[in-house]
Design a protein around this ligand. Structure first.
Ligand SMILES: [Zn+2]
Length: 344
């Protein structure tokens, strides 16, 4: 087995070094099917098959894999943690810049840079000898705008998440032997995009946080994956507003609906409801629908819907309509401004 510690076992199994056990198993099964001696027993194939078997034996065994990872410098989780300590990060950057300058002048110096970094930041011994530490992945926050109707009814959305992880090439160091890492462009991190479908539950409001478990950055060496949080903003709308669990609706009605009363469908929590506008409803009149607002299940509370009527005219009236309004005007027997005129 000692031989195999000199090989890149992940490459043999077509894997990234942070592959999960499940991925290792899947890749192994695929390769075994390709190179199995029953299929072709050429010398080359037999060798490859043996190599695959041995790689799998090491990588599928937690202890053996860990030992292999340590020997091969896959200890980026520790580097990441250290780098997150800003002070050290700055110190590192300054150090590496001056080291690079020197390295240009003195080639032999560049060979000792990695060792010097290890001494400076990780103690005298290199971290290769240390046990990998489980590091939890960071949570990711994404702002998400939704409409009032989506807030009331819940919705499904596709969101684009950008995951970041320490660069596997330089293991977060940004430099390899004094030269900038090409894989991560000396940022120490690599990003990957992922689109996922998320479900926004009904009843969210601006500032609500919707948690999608384990869709944050990946945990390392057995550390937990971070979560994804969707920070909700409900887009403004002239007709619906939320006040805690109450739904405030500005409802346009025609003058004749206001006069005669009407049955009107309005948006409500989880769907729509029909309401009755009584006859002779004035503009600005409020109708309260108790217990029809947003539900807070954890507190077993439910808000109300408060409808405010707004008598509204179309942009233009037809001749016929004007004629009818004139008739109304001529037959009106009331003085609507009696109280107004008597007010002191
Ligand atoms: Zn890199």
């Amino acid at each position: 087995m000692a031989n195999y510690y000199n090989k890149d076992l992940y490459k043999i199994l077509n894997l990234q070094f942070d592959a999960s056990l499940e991925e290792i198993k899947t890749s192994y099964r695929k390769l075994v099917r390709l190179y199995h001696p029953d299929i072709s027993n050429s010398i080359e194939n037999t060798e490859k098959f043996k190599e695959i078997q041995e790689a799998y034996e090491i990588l599928s065994d937690k202890e053996k894999r860990q030992k292999y990872d340590i020997l091969h410098g896959y200890y980026r989780q520790k580097i990441k943690r250290d780098f997150e300590q800003k002070e050290k990060k700055n110190k590192y950057d300054t150090f590496i810049k001056s080291a690079q300058k020197k390295a240009k002048k003195d080639e032999s110096f560049s060979h000792s840079i990695n060792e010097a970094i290890d001494n400076l930041f990780y103690g005298k011994k290199t971290s290769k000898k240390q046990q990998p530490t489980a590091i939890n992945g960071d949570d990711i926050n994404i702002d998400l705008n939704i409409t009032c109707f989506e807030a009331l009814n819940g919705t499904n959305r596709k969101v684009n998440i950008i995951h970041t992880q320490p660069c596997p090439n330089c293991e977060g160091r940004k430099f390899i032997n004094g030269t900038t890492c090409k894989m991560c462009n000396a940022s120490g991190e690599i990003s990957s995009q992922k689109k996922i479908n998320v479900k926004i539950p009904k009843g969210v409001t601006t500032g609500s946080k919707v948690r999608i478990k384990k869709e944050g950055n990946k945990g390392l060496n057995g550390g937990k994956d971070g979560d994804l949080y969707l920070i909700i903003s409900v887009e403004k709308n002239p007709y619906i507003e939320f006040d805690g669990l109450n739904i405030l609706i500005n409802l346009p009605v025609t003058p004749f609906e206001a006069a005669l009363g009407a049955d009107i469908t309005i948006p409500a929590y989880d769907g729509k409801i029909n309401i009755k506008i009584p006859s002779m409803t004035s503009s600005g009149q409020k109708l309260k629908l108790t217990g029809q607002g947003i539900e807070n299940k954890s507190k077993s509370k439910r808000g109300d819907i408060i409808v405010t009527t707004i008598i509204k005219f179309p942009d233009k009236l037809s001749e016929k309509e004007i004629e009818l309004y004139n008739q109304l005007k001529d037959t009106a027997s009331y003085d609507i401004r009696k109280d107004f005129n008597n007010a002191k």
